[in-house]
Design a protein. Structure first.
Length: 105
């Protein structure tokens, strides 16, 4: 592996799986940066919410259809759509996470 090239390794995990420890060890062996909670913090800052709220939204993981239905419902009832902690879509969360990773790598 050429460490001079930019790359990202993503480890999807669930509570108790040891993914955090595995990621740290992998980063140590490869001699690269390990980014974990910094992504949640960057996303929380982007949407002006707490890291806990960002984690709750991430764990909720609604489908695209659920996001769209929520968006449409809010749009129809308010005729405007404001993003707050209750209405951040999984797509918006993904894009914020992607930007956080790009800015830190």
């Amino acid at each position: 592996m050429n460490k001079n090239e930019k790359f990202v390794i993503t480890i999807n995990r669930e509570f108790g799986s040891g993914g955090h420890a595995i990621g740290e060890e992998l980063a140590r062996q490869l001699g690269v940066r390990f980014i974990d909670k910094q992504i949640v913090e960057a996303v929380a800052n982007k949407f002006n919410i707490t890291p806990e709220e960002a984690s709750i939204i991430e764990n909720r993981r609604p489908s695209w259809w659920e996001d769209f239905a929520q968006f449409y419902s809010n749009f129809m009832s308010m005729n405007e759509y404001f993003v707050d902690a209750q209405n951040i879509t999984s797509r918006q969360l993904f894009l914020a996470q992607k930007a956080a990773i790009k800015n830190r790598v």
